[in-house]
Design a protein around this ligand. Structure first.
Ligand code: NAG
Length: 281
């Protein structure tokens, strides 16, 4: 018991010293958050989350499809164009559709780069940062197991240095031993906001306010059984004078549990490991 505890202390210290907290790019199967290692490889591939909101100023319905591939750059769809796809290198991409409520069939689709590494365009980087939920300064996280990823690089409009707004994605991977993380993936999108066609405008406004208030209150996420949930997309000011439009997602998965790698039968090797480390020290 004592040896394995020592090992648990020494390894993170070593890792924290040797590995950068902020990585330009990262490997999904070896993500290090403050000395703890996670393998999120199984969460790779494109996953979609939906959100819609009525904008009363524009008298429009704004629908978002957020696509995230944690492990690789998103691929364009067949026949896709820059009008409907994020720039090459994006790992988190929003497709925003603005539907004019005053004129039937009038809608405008805009891709929004949220995070990625754009070597061939403007060189913006994903600059991924990982931290443990329980080590974070914020509020109620102390009791939660998992990690938080912050991904950068996006901007909208992408090429607009002056008017563009920086984008980022903050994804909280929350340990849930019962979930792989793929429950309700993509197809089960029936849990998001009600279809506005079934409601009148006023009701929608109220709901929107309610949703917003809930988000402001304590960062509650969309009520959904899906493992990957939408929690917000709003302008934030992490630093004075810097506005960053932030997509917040929650991903409940066993791969965010710290002991998911622990195989009970390797007692001997962990002892050996301790003596190995001891020897080195
Ligand atoms: C968003 O996703 C939905 C459901 O997958 C799809 O029907 C819709 O066409 C998508 N919107 C855009 C703008 O691609």
């Amino acid at each position: 018991m004592a040896p394995s505890r020592s090992r648990n202390v020494i390894l993170p210290l070593l890792a924290a010293g040797l590995l950068p907290q902020s990585a330009w790019s990262f490997e999904c199967k070896n993500i290090v958050a403050q000395g703890q290692q996670f393998n999120l490889e199984k969460l790779g591939g494109p996953h979609i989350v939906h959100w819609e909101q009525e904008n009363t100023d524009l008298e429009a319905l704004v629908k978002y499809n957020f696509t995230i591939d944690l492990c690789n750059a998103l691929k364009w769809h067949k026949g896709g164009s820059s009008a409907t796809e994020c720039h090459h290198g994006a790992r988190v991409c929003a497709l925003r559709e603005i539907i004019d409520l005053n004129s039937a069939n009038s809608s405008m689709v805009t891709p929004i780069d949220i995070a990625g590494t754009y070597k061939t365009y403007n060189g913006r980087e994903i600059d991924a940062k990982f931290e443990l939920l329980r080590n974070s300064k914020s509020n109620s996280d102390a009791s939660r197991e998992g990690l938080r990823a912050e991904l950068h690089g996006g901007r909208h409009p992408f090429e607009d240095k002056k008017e563009g707004i920086d984008q980022r994605a903050i994804i909280e991977f929350v340990c849930d031993t019962e979930r792989t993380g793929l429950e309700g993936d993509e197809k089960d999108d029936g849990e998001h906001e009600e279809d506005p066609k079934d409601d009148d405008k006023k009701d929608d406004g109220k709901k929107e306010q309610k949703l917003r208030r809930r988000e402001d209150d304590n960062g509650k996420c969309q009520d959904s059984k899906s493992s990957l949930r939408f929690c917000g997309y709003a302008k934030e000011t992490p630093k004075k004078d810097s506005v960053v439009q932030t997509l917040r997602l929650e991903w409940r998965t066993k791969y965010a549990c710290e002991n998911v790698r622990d195989v009970p039968s390797d007692d001997k090797s962990s002892h050996w490991g301790f003596f190995g480390w001891f020897f080195i020290m």
